[in-house]
Ligand binder design. Structure first.
Ligand code: BGP
Length: 459
């Protein structure tokens, strides 16, 4: 049996905007998702918007009971900025009550909450003044972080600032999957820089708060893989590592932006506007741990347009042949468990063996109801196989000395996912939106229960 370290965190991840519902209720103000849905509902799969979630706002007690049933000892979700501070300044007491009750429920049931501050849900009031393009957003975020620490710091010891900042930046400013859906590398770099500074100031607020806990950031990072050994592809791999991995990981863990990245931006006239004290702030405010979201590898080739400094964004999605390439047939993403071992080694060798955990890993499945049996349970053996393959590689990394303290699946209950709505299901529990949000455990949930009971599994 593959055994994991004592006190290993087993659980799942989700976010406030993807689970809470009550999106424009109970004092919450609009986010970019609410507004975008109002303006262009046709962009959203099945026209399902941010109110069509699993209604955790009302059902959190049932959710926590279900977490316990499958042996989870930890759960990551986020606070909604627009719910806690609807206008950015004044506290919404109803939100405080809701989150305190929800977090207390987890604690009472032996589930350690890991609480994230920003999961793609930009408040509309901030977007109206430019969102992350406006330097004021950095102080706005620091104020929000400080408020959250004050309100919940007695309950929550594990905090993170952002979920996948790179995804939010590239989807908003390069790929058109998030608002404002523009394609502009220069703006993307500035937005990225302000996001980094917002993270840094939130860490500073955390240190000032005196909370007896830890703070980290959740990143979608992994060593990129070149599509060939040709030097142009290897060069592109390096650029991809700088932009996609080191851009946040280096400052967060090592306290500095990599010189190679600054040079890449300088050569391409992409340097962001900065302030003098920023370098020192970055240096002084490194994190205690890292969360890593891993779904699929990043296979990189030399840019077809030599003016683009890194791999072309569409390369990741463009069809290509790869020897032994394994695909999730229900979502189209590549399955490459070995990357988890490579990530573990990268964290050990390049990032001072900082504590880290897998904060998301998962297998999205379209039309998953086709796998239901007569009792109504989804028999997702493919997901169990997926988890096993990934855990095997993670275990190798831990054996080799990497400081990994947990594994969270995306996700716990099938959730609403941005423009994709409910297209891809990921949960340990399915949800029936037409039947009072009924949750039903999947086969993988029952398998996970055994995994957590044994703190390991038979290969
Ligand atoms: C991650 C995000 C999650 C979730 C997941 C699945 O990048 O952190 O919020 O959306 O991807 O994505 P999808 O539903 O598009 O398959």
């Amino acid at each position: 049996m593959l055994k994991f370290p004592k006190e290993f965190l087993w659980g799942a991840a989700a976010s406030a905007p993807q689970t809470e519902g009550h999106s424009l209720m109970n004092g919450k103000s609009a986010t970019t998702w609410d507004k975008w849905f109002e303006i262009s509902p046709e962009k959203f799969n099945d026209k399902q918007g941010p109110s069509d979630t699993s209604n955790t706002y009302e059902l959190y007690r049932e959710d926590v009971a279900n977490m316990k049933k499958i042996g989870m000892n930890s759960y990551r979700t986020s606070i909604s900025w627009a719910r806690l501070l609807p206008d950015g300044q004044h506290l919404n007491n109803e939100a405080v009550e809701f989150y305190r009750a929800y977090f207390q429920e987890m604690l009472d049931n032996g589930i350690k909450p890991i609480i994230n501050l920003f999961h793609f849900d930009m408040p509309w009031w901030l977007m109206e003044k430019g969102g992350w393009e406006n330097r004021e957003s950095v102080d706005d975020f620091a104020f929000y972080a400080k408020t959250a620490f004050e309100q919940f710091g007695d309950l929550i010891t594990e905090w993170t600032t952002f979920n996948e900042p790179m995804v939010h930046i590239e989807c908003g400013y390069l790929y058109k999957f998030h608002y404002p859906a523009v394609v502009d590398m220069k703006r993307a770099v500035q937005v990225g820089y302000h996001t980094l500074m917002a993270h840094v100031l939130a860490v500073k607020e955390f240190r000032n708060s005196g909370i007896n806990g830890r703070i980290g950031i959740i990143l979608n990072v992994l060593p990129a893989y070149g599509r060939s050994d040709e030097s142009a592809d290897l060069q592109a791999k390096k650029a991809s590592d700088l932009i996609n991995t080191q851009s946040f990981l280096d400052p967060a863990v090592l306290g500095k932006i990599p010189a190679g990245l600054i040079e890449l931006f300088r050569q391409n006239n992409l340097l962001p506007v900065t302030e003098v004290e920023d370098t020192e702030l970055i240096k002084m405010n490194t994190v205690d741990f890292i969360g890593i979201n891993y779904y699929q590898p990043r296979r990189v080739k030399a840019p077809t347009n030599p003016k683009v400094p890194a791999e072309m964004p569409e390369d990741l999605y463009e069809p290509y042949d790869w020897p032994d390439k394994k695909i999730n047939p229900y979502r189209g993403w590549e399955i490459y468990p070995r990357a988890l071992f490579d990530i573990a080694m990268m964290m050990k060798d390049k990032y001072r063996n900082i504590p880290w955990y897998v904060s998301e890993n998962g297998m999205g499945v379209a039309d998953e109801s086709r796998f239901k049996d007569d009792s109504g349970m989804i028999k997702d053996q493919y997901r169990i196989d997926f988890i096993k393959e990934h855990l095997e590689q993670l275990h190798r990394g831990i054996e080799a000395g990497s400081n990994c303290f947990g594994y969270h699946m995306w996700t716990f209950v099938d959730c609403w996912s941005w423009l994709n709505g409910y297209r891809n299901r990921y949960g340990f529990y399915s949800v029936d939106l037409d039947n009072n949000y009924q949750r039903t455990v999947k086969k993988s949930g029952l398998w996970f229960k055994e995994l957590t009971k044994n703190n390991g599994f038979e290969l």
